[in-house]
Design a protein around this ligand. Structure first.
Ligand SMILES: [Zn+2]
Length: 421
């Protein structure tokens, strides 16, 4: 039977897949195809990339633009975090739907279905299957097709950390062995991303956390080999959603917009600021649309600001000028090492939904070279072993899986990955 197994190790940048940091992943990569120039979509944030991995489309196509977005729930535009479990219902209540494109779980629904285990935020987990086409296991709630709650011991009741990842992985490996008719499996471990937000990249504690996720990878690979020994033709994709860089300074962009006279007040709905960490979005209400040019000119003068995209220009970074999105930008970068030799610094746009941001610790969300370079390893499925510089993107994962399963990959932004040079 043809099967596809996708494992995401959240927040692990490609240059940290080394014999020292990740011995098991390095071994897996040695007999598989390693896409060294793999890229996140922008913003390089988990929830956005989760939706791009599951749909094979850029945010401008699938409709989820950031880790936080602006929604008008009846009293004007307000910033809303995508993270909490209730987000998908809030989005559906406002727009009538969730993602604008079908997920892999929907595409395989009538071909045996999808089994998904995730220990990321609820919002990121839900973007893998927001409408309940498969079996989704998450600590905030587990669901069978039709979004019927799974309760009792079958629910995934784990902690949001490395220990929870290890339990999630063990449960996932059991499911792979026992759900003999299911063609598609996803597991998503929250580390090292979760701890990188509170650690210095490359520190001893950070290395310990990465080793935990590396052990999870080894367990999944071992189970993949059991399935192969039983005769299954398994495509095993193991990747990350984005990388991390070191936080330079936290910039209170929302307050600065008010000070500059470009936004009425912190909580006003004329101009709504939605941070994704090292990248951010600016939404404009219909009455404030004429301020777009002033905001772009102001951003371009700020030393803390990097590349700015607006209007039709949003399409150049995979976004779209729809749902009141007007401007997107990455924060400024510095090409220097931190004290543990891990390269890349960037400013953070202060995020009202994130209270752990701190100079010297990890973050992501912008267009920096490391935060946008997650690792990607493709094992089996006819892929030739070796390192390739083919410029792959997270949107290419879904069409690659669909090709392996013999299903149509029509209307996706991504393209199936080449199996050899
Ligand atoms: Zn992530």
């Amino acid at each position: 039977m043809k099967r596809a197994v996708l494992m995401i190790i959240d927040g692990l940048r490609a240059d940290l897949v080394t014999p020292e940091y990740t011995p098991a992943l390095f071994r897996i990569a040695g007999s598989a195809r390693f896409f060294s120039r793999h890229r996140s979509v922008f913003p390089s944030a988990t929830r956005v990339n989760s939706a791009s991995i599951s749909t094979g489309c850029y945010p401008g196509t699938h409709g989820l633009f950031g880790n936080a977005i602006a929604l008008d729930e009846g009293d004007g535009l307000r910033p809303v975090s995508v993270g909490p479990p209730e987000f998908r219902d809030r989005l559906r209540a406002v727009t009538g739907r969730t993602l604008l494109r079908p997920t892999l779980a929907e595409r395989v629904r009538h071909n045996g279905g999808a089994v998904i285990y995730s220990n990321s935020s609820a919002g990121a987990a839900h973007m893998l299957d927001p409408d309940g086409h498969g079996w989704l296991y998450h600590r905030s709630g587990s669901f069978s097709p039709g979004l019927d709650p799974i309760e009792g011991t079958a629910h995934l009741n784990v902690s949001y950390d490395g220990a929870g990842d290890a339990e999630t992985t063990a449960r996932f490996c059991d499911a792979m062995r026992s759900d003999a008719d299911v063609p598609f499996f996803i597991t998503w471990v929250c580390e090292p991303d979760h701890s990188q937000h509170t650690l210095e990249l490359g520190s001893g504690e950070h290395r310990e956390v990465i080793l935990g996720s590396d052990r999870c990878a080894a367990a999944v690979k071992e189970t993949v080999e059991i399935l192969r020994a039983q005769g299954d033709d398994v495509l095993f994709i193991i990747a990350s959603d984005h990388g991390h860089e070191t936080v330079d300074e936290i910039i209170p962009v929302e307050d600065l917009l008010v000070e500059a006279g470009l936004k009425a007040s912190t909580d006003s709905s004329d101009v709504v600021f939605a941070s994704s960490g090292m990248g951010a979005l600016v939404y404009l209400s219909d009455t404030a649309l004429e301020r777009r040019g002033s905001i772009v000119r102001w951003l371009n003068k700020q030393a803390w600001c990097g590349e700015v995209y607006a209007g039709e220009g949003l399409e150049r970074v995979g976004l779209a000028a729809s749902n009141n999105l007007a401007v997107a930008f990455s924060m400024a970068k510095r090409e220097v090492n931190n004290r543990f030799g891990v390269r890349g610094f960037g400013h953070v746009a202060k995020d009202r939904f994130m209270n752990t941001d701190e100079a010297g610790l990890g973050q992501h969300g912008g267009l920096g070279p490391y935060e946008t370079n997650p690792f990607l390893i493709v094992d089996g499925g006819g892929f030739a072993p070796g390192r390739t510089e083919f410029p792959s993107v997270n949107v290419d994962i879904a069409p690659t899986i669909l090709r392996h399963l013999g299903l149509s990959a029509a209307n996706l932004d991504g393209r199936p990955l080449p199996v050899h040079d």
